[in-house]
Design a protein. Sequence first.
Length: 424
Amino acid sequence: MERRNFLKLSTGAGALSLSSGCASQPGASKSTEAESGAGPSAEELDRAAAKPVLKLEGATSPVVIDSIRLLNKDGEHFIHVRSKDGAEGISLDNGRAEEFYPILNERIVPYFIGKDVRDLETHLWELYRSQSNYKMQGLAFWSAQAWVEFAILDMLGRITGKSIAQLFGNIIRREVPFYIASGRRDTTPPEEIEVLQKLVEETGAKAIKFRLGGRMSRNADSMPGRTENLVPLTRKTFGDAMALHGDANSSYDPPKGIEIGRLLEEYNFLHYEEPCPFDNLEDTKKVADALTIPIAGGEQEFSQYRFRWMIENRGVDIVQPDLHYYGGLIRSLRVANMAALANMPTTVHLSGGFAFVYTLHFAAVVPDVGPYQEYKKGIERYADWFDPKLEIKDGALIVPEGPGVGIKDIQSVLKGATEVFKPA
């Protein structure tokens, strides 16, 4: 199978048949659209990214921001937004509020106060320009922007009676198959198998992901021989029916990355994430061009134009903006529009416990999100906030149906919360 043909395996429902457990085959053709000149140009990708993504029919009156507050309850941070007419929305951070709150309070909140956010897409561009915020772009700035964007979208959804997903288009899927991810590198191969077995038992996942290499480690493994022994052991333990994903977290140079990729191909892994240092796009492309297994990347990316480069040059096969790190759903949907033009899936990266809910809204409307979305547990903590309750069904997460993000009662969720890190 040609590695780029993986992109066609994803169906409209986001499902994939893995009866043989095979995602790619070593030795397949390495021809690509980029090599043949058949892929979209930079200009075409720019036009795709420039298309508006927010559809706000139903918000006929101004929605002017009156307040944005950062709240804490039981160790979790919430962003609460209220309009001058009393509409409200909330979001949850990605576990970074204690680090990034000055950017939230000093750069982002002041911009939005008094703004009519029905034109949210324009405001996000103007926020980027305001106070030369573009000089601060990166994980810290974009995460804080994402928290506010999510809360505003929640509010707009409540005003219009639509879910966040419906604010971006028609619902394509209500069930989203997921892979459960282990974040461990301190485990021996047998210990990691036990971790993965427990995760599968607890969630019913039909796909798993585990870590390879040593993490930004210049080819060193986290312990000698861990990766080379864990890869075959995982396939032997879980059998051909389990979809396997490997995440190197920038561990390798191209020769080593290719070597590990060949191993993953031998054991029919579904994708290979971030083999080379994340900001070395050229080295990642070398690995992608040498292998048949699809290469995923973009978790740490902050630039639309670098995503454009990845797509135009086929530097990866699967683009992975993180909904927090990349600044929210709107920016990430623009990446998905570029990827769609090149027939590439956009499988977003997950950071933060509640972030999987935003992933569900993304996956509900993007035609090609790949066969599985990331999940790291946590549904039990939030299930009762929703009506119907959040649930897992046969290895898939169910997309929330209520207005906004789907939380049924904001005041109940925030009861007992206290305001923290107030603006000066």
